[in-house]
Design a protein around this ligand. Sequence first.
Ligand SMILES: Nc1nc2c(ncn2[C@@H]2O[C@H](COP(=O)(O)OP(=O)(O)OP(=O)(O)O)[C@@H](O)[C@H]2O)c(=O)[nH]1
Ligand SMILES: [Mg+2]
Ligand SMILES: [Zn+2]
Length: 296
Amino acid sequence: MENTRKTGVLISVLGGFYYVESEDEIYECKARGVFRKKNNSPLVGDKVEFSLQKEGYCAIENILPRKNSLIRPPVANIDTLVIVSSAVDPKPNTFIIDKMTAAAVNKGIEPVVVITKTDLADCEEILNIYRSSGIKTIAFSKFEGDEKKEISNLFPGKIVAFTGNSGVGKSTLLNTIFPELGLETGDISKKLGRGRHTTRSSRLYKVNGGYAVDTPGFSTVDLERYEIIKKDELQYCFPEFKEYLGSCKFVSCAHVCEKGCSIIEAVNDGKIQKSRHDSYVAMYNEVKDIKEWERK
Ligand SMILES: Nc1nc2c(ncn2[C@@H]2O[C@H](COP(=O)(O)OP(=O)(O)OP(=O)(O)O)[C@@H](O)[C@H]2O)c(=O)[nH]1
Ligand SMILES: [Mg+2]
Ligand SMILES: [Zn+2]
C-alpha cells in the first residue's frame, strides 16, 4: 500500500517532533535522518511534504524550496521581520537593530522596527532614527491602543517573525493584540541566569489572515556571528543610502571615510542618521577582510 502524502507548513519543533499544519489539522511528524546528515533540518516556516505511515506515525519526506531563511531566529519563508526593541529594560542597541534590518533587506524580507515599553521612557530619538531611514517604525505600549491596528495590518497573507533581545516584550505585544494566544511572558527581574528566556522555541500562530512567529529572545553575544553580508552588498541593505549611491567621487567608494563620498556628505548634512552610518562602517569593517572561501 502506498503511503498517503500531504504538504503543510512546519509550525513548531519541540522535543524532537515536528508539528505540521495541513488543511487546518496539526500533524506530529518525525524527520527522516537524512535531514540531519545534510545539515539541512526543517525550519519553522518551511513548506514540507510528509507521509502518513501505515504504522500510524507521520514522517517529513521533503522540504520544499525556500523563499529565504534566517539563522537567527531560525525561520524560513518569512515576509516580514519585526525587530522588537524596548525603550528601557533592556535599552535599545542601534547596532543590533541595524544588523537585523540589514540582514532582512539582504534576504528580500521587509524589516519593521517596533519600540516597546513607550510608557516607561521617552523614545523619540530612536523612533526618529528609524522613521527617517525609510524603515517602517512603530511605537508600542501594552497599555495603549493606537498602534495595535498598525501591527495587526502587517499579517494578512504574510508570515511575520518577531525577534529581539529577551525581555523586550515580543510575547507581550502579541498577547496584547491577540489575547486568544495566551503566550507565556516573563518578569524582567527574573530574567537572570538560566531561566531568562521565557519563550523557549519558535512557533507560528495563525492570526488575522497570516502567521505571527514568536521566537525566543537572543542575548547580545549571540549576535557576534550574525548573518554575514558581503561588503559589496552592504550598501544596498541600508534603504536610505539608495538615492546617494552612484554619486560618490570614486566609483569604488566604500562609503567609510573616502573623499567626495556622497553618503558621508548626506550624514554631515543630517540627511542620513549618523548612528546608521556608524553601524554600516562597523559592519563593513567586520567583513572587509573575509575572503570568499571563508564564508559559510
Ligand atoms: N511597562 C511595560 N512593560 C512591558 C511592555 N511590554 C512588555 N513588558 C514587560 O516586559 C517583560 C518581558 O516581556 P515578554 O513579553 O516576556 O518578553 P519577550 O521579548 O517575549 O522575552 P523572551 O520570550 O524571553 O524572548 C514582562 O514583564 C512584560 O510585562 C510594555 O509595553 N510596557
Ligand atoms: Mg517571549
Ligand atoms: Zn561613498
